[in-house]
Design a protein around this ligand. Structure first.
Ligand code: SF4
Length: 358
């Protein structure tokens, strides 16, 4: 099959199937793939590219899950193992120059903290920063909170929403493949539980994102099946805002000895494929931290309409050797988007448009 068949389907508004996606991945015509994905992006969001003034909080790096691809986690007795108190979290957010619209919170699965710590964290942020969107906790963390509190997913999510949580990130999905899960993250929840958490969140009016971690031991077929599962899930629950393909950074992980980081061509192809397959996802993100600002900027021509945010200090990808800056100034972000030929739109966590920079 050729790319022209894929293009015809896209032009006719038909969803791509497994074989279409395979054709895209096997094609070497990167420019054509980008052109088709860019056309889809323009239909969805015209010439707009979104960014957010945000702050990342990684409340602890101590984690019981010990995923083999993770350079961030610590067992707890190392010198650089840490857990932040609720007061420290509030202080860290307060240090960021005024104007942030979103706090993005994810962390390790801490062995001894109980659920009240997480509720207190969200309540304290909500009380101190009433206008900031709180985007917190992956489905993996929600599952862990359910275990340590003996509460159901519904009860955990409702308590967090009542405390002030607005939305959830899309991490912890990795690749929905039992084969890869058993090899790299056997302690992490499988697709069935990840999707259950997101469906319940959507039913409570908590929008979420979704991710894919690629560039390790996954196959093309596993990537495509991952995307098709997400498209079906979105058809069902309609609560996903954005999809973020994350390219794996192998440094300082056990996989780093055998696996090299994927190249830019692969990153751009997966970005474009995501835009083409996930026709029911409003937004696709070129996450500049993992891609680098330069590849992220080019990614805007491969179907992405979001480049994430200013972040302040990013810890997780940098633990795995990311060479991108720890954060990015608002002016730089606007410059990056404008120079790529798009109109920068400052958004909040829910994609409400706050300011247009013509
Ligand atoms: S990826 Fe997340 S769950 Fe896995 S070890 Fe790292 S911090 Fe823990």
């Amino acid at each position: 099959m050729s790319l022209s068949v894929v293009e015809e389907k896209i032009n006719a508004g038909e969803p791509l199937n497994f074989n279409d996606a395979k054709t895209v991945l096997e094609s070497n015509n990167l420019i054509k793939i980008g052109e088709i994905a860019r056309r889809v992006k323009f239909k969805k969001s015209s010439n707009k590219v979104y960014f957010v003034l945000n702050k990342h909080i990684n409340y602890t790096n101590i984690c019981v899950s010990k995923c083999k691809f993770c350079a961030f986690y610590r067992n707890g007795d190392e010198k650089d193992a840490y857990i932040m108190s609720v007061d420290e979290i509030v202080d860290e957010i307060a240090k960021v120059p005024k104007g942030i619209k979103e706090v993005h919170i994810v962390g390790g699965l801490h062995p001894t903290k109980d659920f009240s710590y997480y509720i207190d964290m969200i309540k304290a942020i909500r009380e101190n920063f009433p206008d900031i969107d709180i985007k917190a906790f992956t489905a993996v963390e929600i599952d862990y909170f359910s275990k340590i509190s003996t509460m159901s997913y519904s009860e955990v999510l409702k308590s967090l929403k009542d405390a002030g949580l607005n939305s959830m990130p899309g991490g912890g999905a990795e690749v929905f493949s039992q084969r890869v899960r058993e090899k790299l993250y056997p302690n992490k929840i499988p697709y069935e539980k990840w999707s259950e958490v997101h469906k319940i969140a959507h039913s409570y009016g908590i929008p979420t994102n979704a991710t894919l971690l690629f560039g390790h031991i996954e196959t093309d077929d596993e990537i495509i099946n991952h995307l098709l599962k997400l498209r079906n899930l979105q058809d069902e629950s309609k609560g996903f805002l954005c999809f973020i393909p994350l390219s794996f950074h192998p440094d300082n992980t056990p996989l780093g000895l055998t696996i090299k980081k994927v190249d830019a061509v692969r990153e751009l192809k997966i970005l474009a494929l995501s835009r083409l397959v996930l026709n029911n996802f409003p937004h696709i993100k070129a996450y500049w931290v993992m891609l680098s600002p330069k590849i992220g900027q080019i990614g805007l021509h491969f179907g992405a309409d979001d480049i994430d945010g200013t972040i302040d200090v990013e810890r997780i990808t940098h633990a795995a050797g990311a060479k991108s800056p720890l954060g990015m100034a608002k002016d730089n972000m606007i410059h990056l988007i404008k120079n790529a030929g798009f109109v920068p739109i400052e958004r909040d966590a829910l994609y409400n448009e706050l300011e247009i920079f013509q």
